[in-house]
Design a protein around this ligand. Structure first.
Ligand code: GLP
Length: 240
């Protein structure tokens, strides 16, 4: 694992955005795996700036890690809406090449299989961006998720519901289920960037990097991936 420790959120975002930029320059038809949450917001802002200076997204394909079950594309907290607001509506990406699990699908199992098949048809993910939950989750793969998992329906951990309640009017409005790319789907990406900022992530980052590889800390599986760059600010790296 290549570990890059930087001063703060802004420099973390700049480091990660640089890697995404390099990827798209090398391969204009790259397939990117995208994450949501507060962590990648600075990266998306920088990608929009790069686009305003001429960077071309027209041949890029994206797959998001996850979506809440029950939230449609117009719901303010759906990940489809998040991606639209922070990136897709601001760059020249073809909307037909932006994929996010459909949280409103009637047959959720079929939706999971469809999503895996779409990733396969796109040729797999070239570069996956990841944040990390305070409990070590990646995507919405909560502790205990099998390393062999592909896209699946998840019951969100209590701690995740609490962490994410800040985005909703009340904790009761946080969905209790999500569709998430599985650990295996993530591990099949050719290259991965794991980002973390702030002291609340320090324990999860320590366990992911130095702890045993265990399903109790989903991010620890990344120790087995051949091409991971960890980009963390000093607070998130404070226990390394
Ligand atoms: C969310 C998302 C993850 C994200 C994580 C951290 O629940 N499903 O993909 O990495 O939690 O979120 P944040 O970046 O807001 O700390």
């Amino acid at each position: 694992m290549n570990i890059v420790v930087v001063a703060n959120f802004d420099s973390m975002s700049a480091e990660a955005a640089k890697i995404v930029y390099g990827q798209i320059m090398r391969k204009p038809n790259s397939v990117l795996g995208l994450a949501t949450g507060s962590t990648p917001l600075g990266v998306y802002k920088l990608l929009v700036e790069y686009h305003n200076r001429g960077m071309d997204f027209s041949r890029v394909t994206t797959f998001n890690l996850d979506e809440y079950v029950g939230l449609g594309p117009d719901h303010p907290q759906s990940y489809r809406r998040y991606m639209h607001e922070h990136l897709f509506s601001k760059v020249n990406i073809n909307p037909e090449r932006t994929f996010i699990p459909n949280g409103l699908a009637e047959d959720l199992e079929a939706e999971c299989r469809r999503y895996d098949e779409l990733i396969r048809q796109a040729g797999g993910i070239d570069l996956q961006i990841l944040g990390i939950g305070t409990n070590g989750h990646i995507g919405f793969n909560e502790p205990g998720t099998e390393f062999g998992s592909t896209t699946h329906v998840v019951d969100l951990a209590e701690s995740t519901i609490r962490d994410n309640a800040r985005f909703f009017e009340s904790i009761d409005q946080v969905p209790t289920r999500a569709i998430s790319m599985g650990i295996k789907s993530i591990m099949q990406a050719k290259e991965i960037i794991l980002m973390a900022s702030g002291g609340s992530k320090a324990d999860a980052i320590y366990a992911a990097v130095h702890g045993p590889v265990t399903t109790a800390v989903p991010a620890s599986v990344l120790q087995l991936h051949p091409s991971v760059t960890l980009v963390v600010d000093q607070a998130a790296a404070s226990k390394l």
